[in-house]
Design a protein around this ligand. Structure first.
Ligand code: UTP
Length: 225
């Protein structure tokens, strides 16, 4: 399969430990013997910190986004260091480059592309661009809940949702630099229009990536409609 894997920055960059990069790189290396893998990494706390700094200096939203993009690309470089020879040692800055570099047969790792969306959207557009069989979004929550699980005890994990429903669910969320919550609208629009098979799962356990690929019941599966 051709698979796009989005890994949230909050998963990878935890107190600047290299553990998660290492754990993910081992799994990605194994998977690459059977699958064609594209990875998109997020910015996490460092992106938010630098965006905050830029905002305090008077930078507008698009410039703050640009700062966030630079941080995601540094995180992508870290993943390439962890992958070593298994990864193509250059971070693509756009989808065309990602496709070109993939001709080497190596794992491609990228961060952001341009302002006004998050790396969730990058992963969904990349999945469209390379005609991926599966998009897996590894984030800091288990998937989509019926309501905010931090506030409501009776919140339930939704195992399957249509792209249309998900779009409606997230439509009122913040879209400022560094503040994309749960899942970004552009990403869902891409998933909807191209009927991308998508799984959103908790990335704190890297083995969830293997489970998602094996079709095990995990997280939230986004279905067409
Ligand atoms: P993230 O994708 O990490 O955003 O990109 P996020 O959802 O806020 O954070 P996590 O990692 O999932 O917790 C960081 C920031 O970089 C900018 C946005 O400002 C985003 O919030 N960005 C990223 C872009 O403007 N364009 C891109 O293609 C990627």
């Amino acid at each position: 399969m051709r698979i796009v894997v989005a890994i949230g920055g909050s998963i990878l960059v935890q107190d600047y430990s290299h553990d998660k990069y290492q754990e993910y790189s081992e799994i990605l290396k194994d998977l690459s013997s059977e699958h064609e893998i594209f990875v998109v990494v997020g910015g996490g706390r460092p992106a938010r910190d630098y965006i905050g700094l830029a905002r305090n200096l008077g930078a507008g939203e698009a410039k703050c986004d640009d700062v966030g993009i630079e941080v995601t690309r540094i995180n992508a470089k870290m993943m390439l260091l962890a992958l070593g020879d298994y990864g193509y040692q250059k971070v693509p800055h756009n989808f065309q480059e990602a496709l070109e570099y993939s001709a080497t047969g190596k794992i491609i790792v990228m961060g952001g592309t341009e302002p006004a969306h998050s790396t969730d959207a990058v992963s969904a557009i990349l999945a469209e661009f390379v005609n991926a069989d599966l998009l897996i979004n590894l984030t800091s929550v288990d998937g989509m809940y019926t309501k905010d699980p931090n506030k409501f005890d009776d919140a339930e994990l939704v195992s399957e949702v249509t792209a249309t429903y998900l779009l409606d669910f997230i439509k009122d969320k913040e879209v400022k630099a560094g503040t994309y919550e749960f899942f970004d609208q552009t990403a869902v629009q891409m998933i909807k229009r191209s009927e991308l098979e998508t799984v959103i799962a908790n990335g704190n356990d890297p083995k969830n990536l293997i489970k998602a690929i094996n079709g095990e019941k995990i997280g939230t599966r986004v279905i067409s409609g």
